[in-house]
Design a protein around this ligand. Sequence first.
Ligand SMILES: O=C(O)CCC(=O)C(=O)O
Length: 264
Amino acid sequence: MVLRGLLVAEPLQRARIAAERAVRNPSGISCERPNNTLVPLRWGDELVNLILAGHVRIGRAAGARDLRWISGYVSVKDPHSPPLWWHQDWWAWDHPVTFQQDPPQIAVLCYLSDTTAETGALRILPGSHAASVPLHCKLPEAHSDESTGLDLDNAAMTDQPEQVTLALRAGDAVVTDYRLLHGTHANAGEYRRDCVLLSFTPHWSELPADIRGHLISHPALPKDHEPRPATALGALLPSFDGPRRDLPLNRNAPPIFATSQPAL
Ligand SMILES: O=C(O)CCC(=O)C(=O)O
C-alpha cells in the first residue's frame, strides 16, 4: 500500500540532510549488494524518528494489532547503477510462522526523491508474499556467489510481466510484506537515489516466542543498558522477557508454497 506524503516539507528536507549524513558517516557496517548499498540506522537516529512520526498511518496500512519497530537502513542506489535484483526480505523460511497469512514482518520504504522506471523506482510482484510465482524457481540462492554477478538479462534482473512499478513522489512511502518479491529499476539518472527502509512487526505480541527472542537482539534496537525514551515513540520499541535466540537464517523461499494457514 502506498502512503502519499509520509514526509513533506521541512521533515522531508531534514530527512534528506540526515540521509546524506548517514551515508557519509555510517554508524555501522554498510551492506554492499550488487547495485545497492544498505547503510544501517539505529533507534534514536533522526531519520528513524522522522518516519516513526507517521506510525499511525503505517499501523493502519498494515492492519497492525501491536506495531513495533525493528530495524532501519538508508537504501542507496548510485547514479548509473543497474537494477537491484528480484528478492524478498524474509529470513526464516523454515519457520511455521512464515506460512500464516498475517505478515510476520513488514517494510516501509520512503523515497527521498521522485522515482521513475529510469531513476531506480521500486518494482513489486503483487501476491508473491502469499503464494509462489514462477519467478521463485528462477532466482539464485540469496547471498550466494551466483547472486552477485548476475547478467542483466537474467530473470532476477529483468522486467516481469506481472510486475507493478511504484513510481513515487519524494516523501511517499510504500508498505510491503517482508515476503513480497521486489527489486528496483536501474537508476539511469545523474543523482543518487536514497530510500529510508524501516522494518516493523505488525503483531509483535502474537509472534512465536523464538521469533521475538531473535528479533529483540537486532543491533538497531536499544541494548539492555540503554534507557528507552518514555514517549509515544518509545512505545514502538519491542520488549521481550523470554530467552534470547539466534535462529538459523533461511532467506530462500521454497519454489512452491502458499500461506494457507489462518491468521494468528
Ligand atoms: O532501495 C529500494 O528501493 C529497495 C531496497 C530493497 O529492496 C531492500 O533493501 O530489500
